[in-house]
Design a binder for this molecule. Structure first.
Ligand SMILES: Nc1ncnc2c1ncn2[C@@H]1O[C@H](COP(=O)(O)OP(=O)(O)OP(=O)(O)O)[C@@H](O)[C@H]1O
Ligand SMILES: [Mg+2]
Length: 286
């Protein structure tokens, strides 16, 4: 994508590489030049310039993902550059097939790129071996998917407890019970997951995602299968974790109402970001 002789123009906020564009205006701050994909990122930067000159929590650098099926190559991520900042609520939007889920899987270390580098807290994690990646993933990320992915023959409690079995961490039974109670699932601890409603299953999935106390929560259309009232409750819980427990929250969504609540909206097209992401309506906390 990027030829050697073009000057690198990276939006410090969203990480988008603007080198290919000839109409991007250079903006000076304290005598240093910066480029922005649009007003949303420029405004965020101006509110807190020092924050966005630091190291992003997550940085994707020129990520390509090419699937090969026989002779056919599908280029799903095409030179994706992206920054995610600690403590942000980020909504990833874009049309079906634009690579959102594939990108989320890269961020969560569930899949490896064909090429490119992934940094977590400034550390290059792209070349870690499977053991190290698995350890880092279970310590750092909590996943909430559209399909709840519970194991149907295990009880709600056993499903939630599963990540602890893998990580070797322990949590007091009383504490876990209190969490079930807080989610309105006190009476459902010993139900097998096929005996639970969709909303209950998603809340169990959420408890499971949070049991290791992850720093980053990744949701791929987490409310996509739920009616709007139940979906809103799940969303409320996720946003509360972001606002009050400082979890970085990244949600892939088709729902404009969710995107409207986010600190940062990232729009995908054909496997990379497009310029001038949707305007942010929320007042920023930074
Ligand atoms: N394992 C795979 N092998 C081949 N192609 C794949 C594979 N996984 C995804 N793709 C293709 O990559 C493209 C992007 O998929 P992805 O799931 O990332 O899209 P998305 O933006 O999440 O779409 P949606 O909004 O429909 O969930 C699609 O065209 C899909 O068919
Ligand atoms: Mg998807």
């Amino acid at each position: 994508m990027r030829s050697k002789d073009t000057q690198l123009k990276v939006d410090p906020v969203c990480g988008m590489d603007l080198s290919e564009y000839t109409d991007v205006v250079e903006i000076f701050h304290q005598e240093k030049g910066f480029y922005f994909c649009g007003k949303g990122c420029e405004d965020r930067f101006k509110k807190n310039p020092s924050r966005f000159q630091g190291e992003p929590l997550i940085k994707l650098d020129n990520i390509w993902k090419i699937f090969k099926l026989g002779e056919t190559e599908t280029k799903v991520l095409t030179g994706l550059n992206l920054h995610i900042w600690e403590g942000d609520f980020v909504a990833i939007i874009g049309s079906s097939g634009s690579g959102k889920s594939t990108a989320l899987n890269m961020i969560g270390l569930l899949d490896r790129p064909t090429s490119g580098r992934i940094f977590l807290n400034g550390e290059d994690v792209s070349l870690l071996n499977d053991d190290k990646r698995n350890g880092l993933r279970s310590k750092t990320f909590g996943f909430v998917f559209q399909q709840y992915n519970l194991i149907s023959w295990l009880t709600a409690y056993e499903n939630v407890n599963l990540p602890l079995v893998f990580s070797g961490k322990k949590i007091e039974m009383k504490k876990l019970e209190a969490r079930f109670e807080k989610m309105g699932l006190k009476e459902r601890l010993t139900h097998r997951s096929f005996e639970l409603s969709g909303g209950e299953q998603q809340r169990v999935a959420l408890l499971r995602a949070l049991v290791n106390d992850p720093e980053i929560i990744l949701g791929d259309e987490p409310t996509g299968n739920l009616d709007s009232a139940t979906g809103n409750k799940i969303l409320e819980i996720l946003i509360d974790l972001n606002r009050n427990r400082k979890k970085t929250l990244i949600i892939v969504t088709h729902d404009a109402d969710i995107a409207e609540k986010a600190d940062q909206v990232i729009t995908f097209k054909d496997g990379h970001l497009v310029r001038d992401h949707q305007a942010h309506k929320k007042a920023y906390t930074e």
